[in-house]
Write a protein that binds this ligand. Structure first.
Ligand SMILES: Cc1cc2nc3c(=O)[nH]c(=O)nc-3n(C[C@H](O)[C@H](O)[C@H](O)COP(=O)(O)OP(=O)(O)OC[C@H]3O[C@@H](n4cnc5c(N)ncnc54)[C@H](O)[C@@H]3O)c2cc1C
Length: 275
């Protein structure tokens, strides 16, 4: 590596990242230090004041450099159970370094933060010298390690809408399975159900390892909204709209079977949480 920068403002970080050279942001460094060792220059985002979780009008915002451990321990995030439970799945010391922004910006199907953020209808705020733009989290992912984040742009924070908070009418759940508890997920599913007079008013579903990128299961969400809690039929819709691959961790067939059963478990847990 040729240069390592440690800016103290977003403006400075953005202007460094706009330079016409091989330069990238680094947050916790748990991915970049393994997968992108050949980058010429790095811009450390650790001193930009983006480590926060706070309530705001209409919801909650999470700064991009907030660590997974801080998310797990936050009482505010404790009210968004799918996200809290996903953060709890990270084992060992990595959760004290790994950030939520890095987890999303890396754009890998095994991201455990992506399914709950998708299910909860989270939005990502991106900032560049042109100003801010806001995208639903699922639109960040374009392919394996390919994102909608442009050169010179920084993922600043995530917005969780108030309506997706677990409450009397809303419940969420995150389910995953790895070969061992420490290993990356083989498959993961997050579900959010919002009820109105005992009917499903809205559903959010995010699936990990179901495609080359984390997936928003729009057809299954629509099925639940239109047909109610027909669990078996909904799980058939889910596996039709996903396209997992075989890898060293699991075959496509095994992943499809897991998707079905984790989805059913998530629906069941939502049901229990709504009682
Ligand atoms: C031992 C180990 C265990 C792991 N376990 C899990 C697990 O259980 N679940 C899981 O999901 N992942 C796991 N991971 C993967 C990894 O920890 C996460 O993806 C992590 O959240 C990445 O965050 P980071 O801050 O370390 O990102 P970095 O490595 O700093 O960056 C990752 C990528 O994102 C970009 N980036 C970072 N922040 C921003 C930003 N704010 N704006 C724009 N671009 C940005 C970087 O340029 C880089 O391309 C594990 C990794 C290791 C090494």
């Amino acid at each position: 590596m040729e240069e390592y920068f440690y800016p103290s403002s977003l403006e400075e970080a953005i202007s460094l990242l706009e330079a016409d050279k091989d330069i990238r942001p680094i947050a916790g460094g748990t991915e970049i230090n393994l997968k992108h060792k050949d980058v010429d220059c790095l811009v450390d985002l650790g001193n930009l004041g983006l480590n926060y979780i706070k309530s705001c009008e209409g919801g909650v915002i999470i700064g991009a450099t907030t660590t997974i451990a801080d998310i797990e321990e936050s009482p505010i995030i404790g009210q968004f159970k799918a996200l809290h439970d996903a953060a709890s799945c990270f084992t060992g010391s990595v959760k004290h370094l790994a950030t939520i922004g890095g987890n999303i910006a890396e754009s890998v199907a095994s991201s455990d933060m992506a399914p709950p953020l998708i299910a909860l209808g989270a939005k990502a705020v991106l900032v560049s010298s042109k100003g801010e733009r806001v995208l639903p989290v699922y639109k960040i992912f374009r392919g394996l390690r390919k994102t909608s984040i442009k050169k010179g742009e920084i993922l600043k924070e995530f917005f969780l809408p108030e309506e997706s908070k677990d409450s009397k009418n809303t419940a969420s759940s995150f389910q995953r399975l790895g070969r061992t508890e420490e290993d990356l997920s083989i498959t993961s599913v997050a579900v959010r159900l919002t009820m109105e007079r005992e009917r499903i008013k809205d559903a959010g579903i995010g699936v990990g390892l179901a495609a080359p990128i984390p997936l928003k299961a729009v057809e299954t969400e629509k099925f639940l909204r239109e047909n109610g809690l027909l669990v078996e039929r909904a799980s058939e819709v889910l596996i039709k709209e996903t396209n997992p691959r075989s890898s060293i961790r699991a075959s496509r067939e095994y992943r499809l079977m897991l998707e079905k059963s984790l989805f059913k478990r998530a629906l069941l847990e939502c049901g229990e949480r709504l009682r």
